[in-house]
Design a protein around this ligand. Structure first.
Ligand SMILES: Nc1ncnc2c1ncn2[C@@H]1O[C@H](COP(=O)(O)OP(=O)(O)OP(=O)(O)O)[C@@H](O)[C@H]1O
Ligand SMILES: [Mg+2]
Length: 242
């Protein structure tokens, strides 16, 4: 008999926003979304009630829709307000950023005004390393240092743009400009690349289409206030029938 409560056993991994637990099935993990928020490589820390639930629910809503749109994902099912079952993957240590509109670090780096639409989507890659602050890299670097193969990176780019092509009109229909977002991909034991991690106001920039109001983690990063309300509003819009 297994007497260990799945909720009290130690996580395999605890990140800034989620805990990852092993399950009885080695091919599956349980992910628990926390209310904690960090920004600027964890130099700024905060927390608010309901954040984990919004990010869990939004990811659980969007990943099956992405599957239908031809993007394989790690998602299996939502277990509770803050937990979901996922396929265990080996995370590719390359964060993928897709940009529709100039914002954030892209503007800082290139001296651009935030909000400038880009003539075409831009895919950027960062090395997933908290110690180094997730530095910008290119795909040659990822191949040269053995983080991913050329083929894997081509598939990752194809899937990232598929995610963008699905999500951009999805949000537009809900009165939201999808400015940019960050994705993580993983590898199944079969070698298949799947979308992993989460899609939430933590990992996307969402601007209200009418007012330009920020409805994402920039409220926390920039001390704008109202982060709990903005996250709740985004979940309402994402799950609304339109
Ligand atoms: N299906 C999966 N299998 C294995 N690991 C996963 C899976 N989905 C997500 N992860 C990993 O679990 C962790 C989630 O935790 P969290 O989002 O809190 O991390 P984080 O603080 O952003 O830190 P980092 O992503 O830099 O490790 C991430 O490292 C993510 O890559
Ligand atoms: Mg994370």
């Amino acid at each position: 008999m297994n007497t260990a409560s799945p909720n009290t056993s130690a996580p395999l991994y605890e990140g800034k926003a989620k805990k990852v637990f092993a399950t009885a099935n080695p091919a599956e993990y349980r992910v628990q979304y926390k209310d904690d928020a960090t920004a600027f490589n964890a130099q700024k820390r905060g927390s608010w009630a309901g954040k984990g639930a919004v990010n869990n629910a939004m990811t659980a809503h969007l990943f099956p829709l992405l599957e239908q749109a031809g993007v394989p994902t790690h998602f299996i099912e939502q277990l509770s307000d803050t937990e979901q079952r996922v396929k265990a993957v080996t995370i590719v240590p390359v964060e993928v950023i897709v940009r529709n509109v100039a914002a954030g670090s892209f503007c800082k780096r290139l001296g651009l005004e935030e909000g400038e639409p880009l003539a075409r989507p831009v895919v950027e890659y960062c090395y997933k390393s908290d110690a180094l602050g997730d530095p910008l890299i290119n795909t040659d670097t990822a191949v040269a240092l053995g983080w991913a193969s050329e083929e894997d990176l081509a598939r990752i780019r194809e899937l990232a743009l598929k995610v963008r092509d699905f999500l951009t009109p999805y949000f537009e229909q809900r009165g939201v400009r999808l400015i940019d977002f960050k994705l993580e991909f993983g590898k199944l034991p079969s070698g298949e690349i799947v979308l992993a991690d989460e899609i939430s106001p933590d990992t996307c920039r969402f601007w209200d289409a009418q007012t330009g109001e920020r409805l994402d983690k920039d409220r926390f990063r920039r001390d704008l206030g109202g982060e709990a309300e903005a996250y709740a509003e985004m979940l309402r819009r994402v799950t609304a029938q339109v």
